[in-house]
Design a binder for this molecule. Structure first.
Ligand SMILES: [Fe+2]
Ligand SMILES: [Fe+2]
Length: 265
């Protein structure tokens, strides 16, 4: 992790800027860049830039060795902890976004319950709220507490507003919002389950593999609930006008932005 090294086809080892030049030369689209980068004056300048970069790189990514929890994956530093979970860095990021999402989902229904007097909306929200609380407990069993998002207050507020604002405009806008959120959440869980399936192929039947299989089963159960939530919302009141469609599109885009932020923070 301290310096890039590349083994060439003839067995020679090159490193630093020449290593990058060798990689670029080997790829069709960047072969031209590789040729330019290996010219002596260019290579010297790139090497200088690479060394400067290495000096500041430690500020956000310490050059420590990481052990592989699953073949082909680096374990997240500190991810094992007392729960002894074999999660990779990518899986922790996924779970952090799931946790943030379920925290937000709970607030969506609390927001709706705070402003809506419509009996159908209220019983829909109460019923969904209970499921989202179960989801949050489930994700918390798999995600070490110190790995939770540092932006949880922001996710709570965003969730509450995502439930309360449309509920103020009436049941149909609220149901359309829930349908948009759950459509996004279904895709989010599906992509994550696909990645876990790939890891399971590599992990085999050891302890890490069985923990991963248990996580997969839990995520699939959450996903099944979200699909049910989506279908109930769609059946209750489809989005009909352009304003509602624009709002639900922005809810989908906002959910995607929130996930990518929650994966990091
Ligand atoms: Fe949920
Ligand atoms: Fe849900």
């Amino acid at each position: 992790m301290k310096r890039l090294h590349v083994r060439l086809a003839d067995g020679r080892l090159v490193h630093g800027a020449l290593g990058f030049a060798a990689l670029w030369s080997a790829l069709p689209r960047t072969a031209w860049l590789g040729r330019v980068a290996s010219l002596p004056p260019v290579a010297w300048v790139l090497e200088l830039a690479y060394r400067s970069f290495l000096r500041v790189r430690g500020l956000w990514r310490p050059a420590t060795a990481t052990s592989a929890a699953l073949p082909g994956n680096a374990a997240a530093p500190g991810a094992r902890g007392s729960a002894n979970l074999p999660w990779t860095k990518g899986l922790i990021a996924d779970l952090r976004s799931d946790h943030a999402g379920e925290v937000g989902a709970i607030q969506i229904y609390r927001g709706a319950l705070a402003v809506s007097r419509d009996q159908a909306v209220r019983s829909f929200a109460q019923h969904h709220l209970a499921t989202e609380i179960d989801h949050l407990r489930c994700i918390e069993r798999h995600l070490p507490r110190r790995q939770q998002s540092r932006l949880l207050p922001a996710w709570r507020l965003a969730g509450w507003l995502t439930g309360a604002l449309p509920a103020l405009f009436g049941p149909r806008v609220f149901y359309a919002t829930v349908a948009a959120v759950e459509t996004f959440v279904d895709r989010h869980y599906a992509e994550q389950i696909e990645r876990i399936d790939l890891s399971l192929l590599e992990a085999g039947p050891d302890a890490a593999g069985s923990q991963l299989a248990a996580l997969r089963a839990d995520l699939q159960a959450c996903r099944d609930d979200e699909v049910r939530h989506r279908d109930e919302a769609r059946a209750a009141g489809p989005a009909t006008n352009a304003w509602v469609r624009a709002w639900t599109a922005s809810v989908g885009a906002g959910s995607a932005a929130a996930v990518s932020l929650a994966r990091r923070l």
